[in-house]
Design a protein around this ligand. Structure first.
Ligand code: NAD
Length: 251
């Protein structure tokens, strides 16, 4: 692939200040894209990145941020819907308020950003949307009723959007990461009594004996966002050490 694969293209990456989103923003920029990072914490981005503070659960904030990026760079071609939050527990553990909160960010956040971007994407000849989904969408993970349901909705949303916008030349795909080594997972491990032992146990539960790296997810996202994937829409690409494809379980 050419280093300038994304030359002349502009992307927004939500949740791009940390973990998987930060790896995606860095990779797209390295491959020639102009990148706007939309994040609650956009202030702390590395020098040279264009960040806009944005809360994907607030429609006015999303519309202002998407316009700011498109106007700054003179257009918008690629949307990476990556911002998301976790939730643990069974349906008895999460309140209605928690369900609404996670849904608002993980599902509606992607709807809001995509909706605000569509008028710009329709003007692009290389329009693509990539949603960060999860193995939790289809794996039936224990203690992930709310999170898994939100990612199941992301998978379904990806398919419907792919169908709705195919003839407009806008491709919509998603990636399904397995457990990835990001600050999010770091925070979960840090809350354990013995974080090091917990990390070793978590690694051992993965099919390939280690966590997925944020860079591996970013590479998959970059492929799906690239004009080289111009014939690919409605696909979910697993980056999970073989879990989904081989029908394995994280046990
Ligand atoms: P992370 O917590 O390291 O980063 C998430 C980023 O999203 C942060 O910068 C945060 O500020 C931002 N964010 C959160 N709420 C926001 C909001 N309302 N508006 C704007 N920005 C907001 O997390 P990560 O591990 O990099 O996860 C990124 C995505 O990958 C999420 O959608 C997550 O569900 C998905 N995912 C993660 C894993 C994993 O194991 N880490 C596995 C599968 C899928």
């Amino acid at each position: 692939m050419s280093a300038a694969e994304f030359s002349g293209l502009t992307a927004v990456v939500t949740g791009g200040a940390s973990g998987i989103g930060a790896a995606i923003a860095a990779l797209l920029q390295e491959r020639g894209a102009s990148v706007g990072v939309l994040d609650l914490n956009a202030e702390g981005l590395p020098a040279g990145q264009f960040g806009v503070r944005c809360d994907v659960s607030d429609d006015a904030s999303v519309r202002a941020a998407v316009s700011a990026v498109a106007e700054h760079f003179g257009g918008l071609d690629i949307v990476i819907n990556n911002a998301g939050i976790g939730a643990q527990g069974t349906i008895e553990d999460n309140s209605d308020e928690e369900w609404h909160r996670v849904w608002d960010i993980n599902v509606l956040g992607m709807v809001r950003v995509s909706r605000a971007a569509l008028p710009w994407l329709r003007k692009s000849s290389a329009a693509a949307i990539v949603n960060t989904c999860s193995i939790a969408a289809t794996a039936g993970l224990p203690q992930r009723a709310l999170y898994g349901a939100s990612k199941g909705a992301v998978l379904s949303l990806t398919l419907s959007m792919a169908a709705d916008h195919l003839r407009e030349g806008i491709r919509v795909n998603c990636v399904n990461p397995g457990t990835a080594d990001t600050p999010w997972v770091g925070r979960l491990l840090d809350s354990a009594t013995d974080p090091q032992a917990e990390r070793a146990a978590l690694e051992a539960r993965q099919p390939h004996g280690r966590l997925v790296s944020a860079q591996e997810v970013a590479a998959a996202v970059a492929y799906l966002a690239s004009p080289l994937a111009g014939s690919t829409s409605g696909t979910s690409l697993a980056v999970d050490g073989g879990m989904q494809g081989l029908r394995l379980r994280p046990i």
